[in-house]
Structures are given as structure tokens and as C-alpha cells.
Design a protein around this ligand. Structure first.
Ligand code: GLU
Length: 322
């Protein structure tokens, strides 16, 4: 079915989704990273950016929270830019693990394969693949520069979060060395892990993540800056990765109930991509048992329901003035 949705319908749906989700209770801040445990649990923001660059923001959309696992998305984009999607498929993979984000068991089960750049193992491997090899400062520049391009503004390193993660990332150290054992780390091990830990510790706003989502929804062309960040194939492959594993072991339930591919992070951020239409991001620290923000999930689902949208609906939806 051909459908037209007006810009003001989208704004209204976002405002209502925000208002109706504000008082949703439940969940707990991530407690395995001390910094995250202490973030104000009542913070909440919802942002939408359309593929024409129009932005809507409600609530705490300028608060810089830890990007955490949402950072796996831009680094997957960068790895595909530098090594092609086939290279990433070969060197990392694109399979959902069906297991928690930091699973060691998943690496053993996959028979030495990190599975996908959107779980910890694959994301550490992706950091090891970032060029130029052997040069942590330039690699870091490439990682953050790519995030700036996707968001049309810069992320900032949250030093306290970085220290907190570095002091407690024992599980990720185990993952890194296990991957090294399987020849799946393509640069120096500790440096690759440090880059991963640092990228997770970047402060980002929901408003920035909505622009990143809109860039992916727009075939890699950032609608705010006008810059072509990656080609259309990479943007589309990135959405495929998000759809298959963005919510870890709850990905199927999420896609089934929300109708939108989205990536979460334990900092409380969720970034959704609706190809051709918009990017959406919500942020609220309390998480469910799989590490996904309770309030952000509610707000995004409500928004999708109000507009009767779903990526697999078969509708040809266009956004029009009005
Ligand atoms: N830095 C976190 C970790 O590696 C990210 C996890 C997440 O957001 O899912 O454990």
C-alpha cells in the first residue's frame, strides 16, 4: 500500500511517545561498570531525524551518556569502508549469536569466529582491523572521525567512564586473548581492546544518535551535513547487522514487537533505523536483563505503533510536508 505521513504527524507521534513513556518504571542501571551505576536513572530523551534533515528532540536529548555498544555500529561501518563488506564477512562474520553481548561461549560455539561486529568479540576484532595498522593514535582518529561524520558533530571521551571500564573489563580481556588464540585479532591485542574500551566510553547525545540513524536510513548520506559518509551498500549492510543482532538475545522479540531494527548500549541508548524515512534514538539508563533500556524501548515502540510503521509491512511510505 502507498502511504503518506506528514512531518507534523511524525512530530506529534514522537511527542506523545515521549510523554507516555516518561513515567515508565522498571529496569536497573548497568552495575558492572561503576560509572554507569551512578548516572541519574530519571534522565530520558527521545530524538528523531528525518532523511531530509528535520530533527525533533524531546527531554534530555543533549545529555552526553556513554555510547557503549551503539559504538559497534559506526566501527562496523568503518571496517566495511576500509575492508569492504565481504572483507568484514570473511574476517568477522554477520551471524547473530543468540547469546549475551559479552559471551565467551559464543566464540567457542562459533568455532573460533567472532560472529558479528555488533557483539563484544566482533567489535574488538573490528577495532583490530581499523587502518592504519599498528598506529593507535591514527586508528583512534579514524574511529572518532567516522562517528563525527555519521552524527554531523563530535563525540567526547568521558574520561571517568573510560577509567571505570578499563579497571573492570576482565571479561573483554578474556575475549580478546581467546580471539587472538584463534587468529581473529588483526593488530596488537591490548591496543585493539583499548580502542574498543575507549570507543564505548565516548559521550554521545540521543540527538546525535538520531542523526547517525538517519544517515544509515539515507543510504549513507548524512542529511544534516550533506556528506556521503559511506556508500549505499554499506549503509544497507549495516542495517542488516543491526536487524539481526541489535538487541542481543532479545533481537527477535524486539524486531517482532517494534518493527524497527535498532542497536542498544548499556549506557541506556537505543538507536533505530527506518530505511528511507528516519533515524530515531532514545536514552534512559535503567536496563532490562539483557542490557537494553526499558524506557527507550517503550518510547520507540509507541512511536512506531502510533504511525503504524514496520520495516516488513510492505507499505511504500513517504514523508510529506504538512
Ligand atoms: N562497554 C560495554 C562492554 O564491553 C558495552 C556493552 C554493551 O553496551 O552492550 O561490556
Amino acid at each position: 500500500m502507498e502511504r503518506k505521513i506528514t512531518v507534523s504527524q511524525i512530530e506529534k507521534a514522537a511527542r506523545e511517545a515521549y510523554e507516555e513513556s516518561k513515567d515508565v518504571k522498571g529496569g536497573l542501571n548497568a552495575n558492572y561498570i561503576p560509572y554507569l551505576a551512578n548516572v541519574d536513572p530519571d534522565l530520558f530523551g527521545l530524538s528523531v531525524t528525518l532523511t531530509d534533515g528535520t530533527c525533533f528532540n524531546f527531554g534530555d536529548t543533549q545529555y552526553k551518556f556513554g555510547i557503549e555498544s551503539v559504538s559497534k555500529v559506526p566501527t562496523a561501518v568503518l571496517a566495511m569502508i576500509q575492508h569492504t563488506p565481504d572483507g568484514v564477512l570473511r574476517q568477522i562474520g554477520a551471524d547473530a549469536t543468540g547469546l549475551p553481548f559479552n559471551s565467551i561461549f559464543a566464540i567457542l560455539l562459533e568455532n573460533d569466529h567472532p560472529s558479528t561486529p555488533l557483539v563484544n568479540a566482533g567489535a574488538i576484532t573490528a577495532c583490530s582491523m581499523v587502518a592504519p595498522q599498528g598506529d593507535p593514535a591514527e586508528k583512534w582518529k579514524a574511529i572518532t572521525g567516522n562517528i563525527s561524520d555519521l552524527c554531523a558533530s563530535d563525540p567526547v571521551l568521558l574520561d571517568e567512564l573510560y577509567e571505570s571500564e578499563t579497571a573492570t573489563n576482565f571479561n573483554n580481556r578474556a575475549i580478546s586473548w581467546l580471539l587472538k588464540n584463534y587468529n581473529r585479532i588483526y593488530d596488537e591485542v591490548d591496543m585493539s581492546l583499548d580502542l574498543y574500551t575507549r570507543q564505548c566510553s565516548l559521550g554521545i547525545t540521543s540527538s546525535q544518535l538520531a542523526v547517525m540513524g538517519a544517515t544509515l536510513a539515507n543510504g549513507g548520506l548524512n542529511p544534516v551535513s550533506g556528506k556521503q559518509v559511506c556508500d549505499k551498500e554499506i549503509a544497507s549492510k549495516t542495517v542488516t547487522l543491526i536487524a539481526s543482532v541489535g538487541f542481543y538475545q532479545h533481537t527477535g522479540d524486539w524486531l517482532f514487537t517494534s518493527g524497527i531494527p535498532a542497536k542498544t548500549g548499556v549506557g541506556g541508548g537505543v538507536m533505530g533505523v527506518m530505511p528511507g524515512l528516519f533515524g530515531i534514538a532514545a536514552f534512559a539508563p535503567p536496563l532490562d536483563d539483557a542490557g537494553n533500556s526499558v524506557k527507550a524501548q517503550t518510547a520507540i515502540k509507541k512511536f512506531m505503533q502510533k504511525l503504524d510503521l514496520g520495516i516488513f509491512s510492505g507499505d511504500k511510505v513517504s514523508i510529506v510536508e504538512g
